[in-house]
Design a protein around this ligand. Structure first.
Ligand SMILES: [Zn+2]
Length: 152
């Protein structure tokens, strides 16, 4: 989805309006992370060090049969660029990273601007649903049994 890709690119360029970036531009803001309230919000913290985000990312990684900890956005993007294997699996991995980043950013904004909080489990469920739908849209030549077995 273009909006997922846009947020991923902005996160990679560190151009999202995280509170640390806004403070660098002169805004006086409380810089505490709105997902965990335990650390200063930054790109790295928000997506890869926050307790909330880590719980979400780790669950999605495990669901995708990736049995390691998420490290950093740049590291994950580099890994995707070097990933070999079936074309649809590579696309699925790229889609999953973009969806995770988008939904974590969206959750942060929903908490700030609408005062609505979702649990990590609610976010995981929403991300899984989006990835399932995107995967079905990506596939042309793959049997549905192969797809279903990859998402179990
Ligand atoms: Zn946090």
């Amino acid at each position: 989805m273009p909006r997922h890709r846009t947020i991923l690119l902005m996160a990679m360029q560190n151009s999202l309006a995280t509170t640390d970036n806004l403070c660098k531009r002169g805004y006086q803001l409380a810089s505490r992370c709105t997902l965990c309230y335990q650390a200063q919000e930054s790109k790295h913290h928000l997506f890869f060090a926050c307790n909330y985000s880590t719980q979400v990312l780790q669950a999605i990684f495990t669901w995708q049969h990736i049995h390691r900890r998420p490290l950093s956005l740049n590291h994950e993007v580099r890994r995707l660029a070097m990933k070999s294997g079936k074309h649809w699996r590579k696309k699925l991995a790229k889609c999953a990273l973009a969806v995770m980043v988008y939904y974590i950013w969206s959750e942060r904004n929903t908490r700030i601007f609408q005062d609505i909080c979702r649990s990590p489990y609610q976010l995981i469920y929403a991300i899984q649903n989006v990835i399932r739908i995107r995967l079905l849209a990506l596939l042309d030549n793959v049997t549905s049994e192969e797809v279903i077995s990859s998402l179990e």
